[in-house]
Design a protein around this ligand. Structure first.
Ligand SMILES: [Fe+2]
Ligand SMILES: [Fe+2]
Length: 374
């Protein structure tokens, strides 16, 4: 019997994302030619490439199980089941998106940088981030939160690219920094670099959407590669002391063990959990989302739902959309679907001897979830 590693095995068809009424399907090695997706006997989506592609299906019944047929031009059809999320109670009040870990200026990926950039014209972080924004806007995002690691090494050329990217954003946006923006001591102070591209460095952004307050907080410290919660804690706790629910968005993940067992380092266990305890005490209706790990995860700590969302530029290559409901919040993490971005991010799954392709995606339930406030 011939065994194939999960890295080289075709992906076939995967339900990568679900919302209350939509789903994103992804495939690799499905056959030849184009692909159609059928639901209840009708064609509901088409895609040009059966070798590697995605399709989005909309207008599905919420909280229900749906049988879809994915049919390549050549090759057998695949029958898959999509379970849409059970939305929180009440009306949908608005949508926004987050992006983190853009790493503008990077030209390779992996521990030794073995997955290299193929285009010298527009580098992959820029192409992937631009595609992610376009797809988030198409999904319905009205505002964008950038959760840090905008640049790769904080070099002048990285910030110049960041300036071009920010200037071209088609929707209101808010930005905090991550370790890659602040840790390189041979570069200018990050506040100066930001000022040059017309942005002030803010420690905290507080934005009130209908039904939700978003708090975007910067726990990065100049020259440090990990997050340290300092005076920002009181700013966050003050802002979170409201009657409305809160989404706290930040760069660094919270360690889940006293001794961290994977790289990169985030916010230390005791410091982070003391902060989360205080946050929950001032507002129990809070969800926290982070970046930095470039992976997708969801878990709870003492009643606080916490998610980690990956990067648009490395496998699986994602952005996150949030739909606000009167009674809760839906997170849906989608792959960046533009063929050029998808071709790059799919290559990067082979990084770290192929382990990256297993480590980073998380499960569907960790990427797409409905959180009910009560
Ligand atoms: Fe990063
Ligand atoms: Fe980071």
């Amino acid at each position: 019997m011939r065994l194939r590693s999960p890295i080289t095995r075709p992906l076939d068809v995967e339900v990568f994302a679900v919302g209350a009424t939509d789903a994103q399907l992804c495939w690799r090695g499905l056959g030849r030619g184009a692909v159609t997706v059928e639901h209840d006997g009708a064609v509901v989506a088409k895609a040009p490439d059966a070798v590697l592609g995605t399709a989005t299906v909309d207008d599905l019944r919420p909280g229900s199980s749906h049988g879809l047929t994915v049919r390549p031009d050549e090759g057998p059809p695949r029958h898959i089941r999509v379970d849409t999320l059970d939305p929180p109670p009440g009306a949908e009040l608005g949508r926004f998106a987050t992006l983190s870990d853009l790493h503008l200026g990077a030209t390779s990926f992996g521990l030794l940088g073995l997955v290299k950039e193929s285009s010298p014209v527009a580098t992959h972080p820029h192409r992937c981030a631009q595609a992610a924004v376009a797809e988030a806007v198409d999904w319905g995002a009205e505002r964008l939160y950038l959760k840090g690691d905008l640049t790769h090494k904080s070099r002048p050329e990285d910030w110049k690219m960041a300036g071009h990217f920010l200037d071209a954003l088609p929707l209101p946006h808010h930005l905090i920094l991550g370790n890659h923006d602040v840790q390189y001591t041979n570069q200018r102070p990050p506040a100066d670099a930001m000022a040059e591209i017309g942005h002030a460095r803010e420690r905290i952004h507080v934005v009130d959407h209908p039904g939700l307050r978003v708090i975007l907080v910067d726990f990065s410290k100049d020259t440090h590669p990990r997050g340290i919660i300092g005076a920002e804690a009181d700013l966050v706790l003050d802002a979170a002391t409201v009657d409305t629910p809160v989404l706290l968005a930040t760069h660094f993940h919270f360690h889940r063990s006293v001794v961290p067992w994977f790289w990169p380092l985030g916010i230390g266990y005791r410091l982070g959990h003391r902060f989360l305890d205080r946050l929950r005490d001032v507002n129990p209706r809070v969800v926290v989302t982070t970046g930095h790990t470039h992976r997708n995860r969801a878990y709870s700590y003492a009643g606080v739902r916490i998610t980690e969302v990956g990067s648009p530029k490395d496998y699986p290559g994602v952005w996150a959309g949030y739909a606000i409901y009167e009674g809760g919040l839906v997170q849906t993490v989608r792959r960046v679907a533009h063929p050029d971005a998808l071709a790059w991010t799919d290559r990067t799954r082979r990084a770290v001897a192929g382990v990256w392709g297993l480590w980073s995606p998380g499960t569907l339930a960790q990427r797409s979830l409905a959180h009910h406030w009560d």
